[in-house]
Write a protein that binds this ligand. Sequence first.
Ligand code: FAD
Length: 550
Amino acid sequence: MLEADFVIVGSGSAGSAMAYRLSEDGKHSVIVIEYGGTDFGPLIQMPSALSIPLNMSRYDWGYSSEPEPHLGGRVLATPRGKVLGGSSSINGMVYVRGHAHDFDHWAEQGATGWGYADVLPYFKRMEHSNGGEDGWRGTSGPLNVQRGPRKNPLYQAFVDAGRQAGFELTEDYNGSKQEGFGAMEQTIHNGRRWSVANAYLRPALKRGNVRIVNGFARRVVIENQRAVGVEIEARKKVQVVKARREVIVAASSINSPKLLMLSGIGPAEHLKKHGISVVADRRGVGQNLQDHMELYIQQEATQPITLHSVFNPFSKALIGAEWLLFKTGLGATNHFEAAAFVRSKAGVDYPDIQFHFLPAAVRYDGKAAAKSHGFQAHVGPMRSRSRGAVTLRSSDPWAKPEIRFNYMSHPDDWVDFRHCIRLTREIFGQSAFDPFRGKEISPGSHVQSDEQLDTFIREHSESAYHPCGTCRMGRADDPTSVVDPECRVIGVEGLRVADSSIFPRVTNGNLNGPSIMTGEKAADHILGRTPLAPSNQEPWINPRWQVSDR
Ligand SMILES: Cc1cc2nc3c(=O)[nH]c(=O)nc-3n(C[C@H](O)[C@H](O)[C@H](O)COP(=O)(O)OP(=O)(O)OC[C@H]3O[C@@H](n4cnc5c(N)ncnc54)[C@H](O)[C@@H]3O)c2cc1C
């Protein structure tokens, strides 16, 4: 019988966390519906292979944006994990909680109970932090978090350069103080990618009350305004997985709104256009799509110390062999080992720019590496006001949705991005880089004027792969909200959405951490538990924020 108390669609960051918590006391049965297959093997498990699975149709849904009007009609890849563990199995393994003020903003926007004081206890519950600020981190949760070995001297040069430019340092950007330059954290454990499949799902499956049903969710079955199950297609057969208590959609910021719309929940006009009967007219479904964009600022290195030395088949084979035998060496890291969160200008009270530093000059998706030794920073603004939407292309559940980000559609985006490029040049220009700095590869020193920078931004900015916001959480009486602060879909009983789609606004950093936190907290709401007691810890805010950017 395909029936359980709770039926979760998606084994990704939020879905796996919920499967673990909902099954913890042994009182409830849980089915997780997942279309993707196994995460077995080094392409997923070996951290340094990170650029491979995101390009593979076996592990990725293969989505892309519609032509982006403000980027000269470019079509940008929108990878989403289609494998056990969801996007946490194909992501870059960078671990960032987000800034305290991000969550306070959520609460102000109507997500009552999701302010920083409320979510901090959940971040602590989920973490097993190895290193980090005492009293601010979790030490016994399922999600192992570590810092990289930082053996390459370029990591320290990046942090020193930040200090020389007058910016703050931080010992732990996931602790009280996000602002500053410091070590980057990774969801890697014992040399392996610590996806939610490894951290949450496998331990949950051992309990006996959780099972995975491999199938493609076509729609939520709703009778008399109540979700009673999920229609799936598996091995060419359509069947229904029944939910005795609730259906929880955790299919990602792209597939969750798609699934709601296919189930009759969404903007009525849009649903009618596709011949779908309207169950709940919620105009917010699919809207409020937002993302982070980034650019790679690349610099030649004058010393042969970068990863360029190992971009050849022989070295890659050696790295792979060491990893297979011992789970150590260059295969056991994502190479993002230094980071910075800074403010773009005086008057901005918490960071709005993120840097990832890499001791190599290479595209994130591995598609082009510089021909010489080099290093790079991925840099981008954190709080763009551009918004887009996910809509249906057709009522066929197999049709890919239409994804329009409207990247760079707000004039501030251009000002912010130009600043990001100039700021990175300032950092790379500090004396800490004197022993290593060659000429600028990208954009190239000839790219200086606003117009030249804009051309570079238009042609080269990339998604940082943080789409979110398409089933926005907010007050139940707000017509643009899709779920209420307990993740209940407004207008339908027995149905929740809990994943990155419910974020009211994108957080400051990468989204795996906040997505897992969302699953952790949603599980308490689903079980009707009193949420964890709010924290009274106060985050560090730069006392100079009104007068200086540093
Ligand atoms: C290439 C890439 C790199 C990234 N790098 C980082 C990083 O370094 N650090 C970081 O913090 N974040 C990173 N992110 C973002 C982060 O991983 C995601 O934001 C987060 O995992 C989203 O979690 P989620 O629960 O919303 O959805 P997901 O984890 O995407 O889970 C959704 C799940 O639902 C399943 N599903 C969807 N539709 C159906 C259906 N119809 N039927 C059955 N199953 C379905 C999917 O297969 C998937 O398993 C990256 C993302 C990508 C794609």
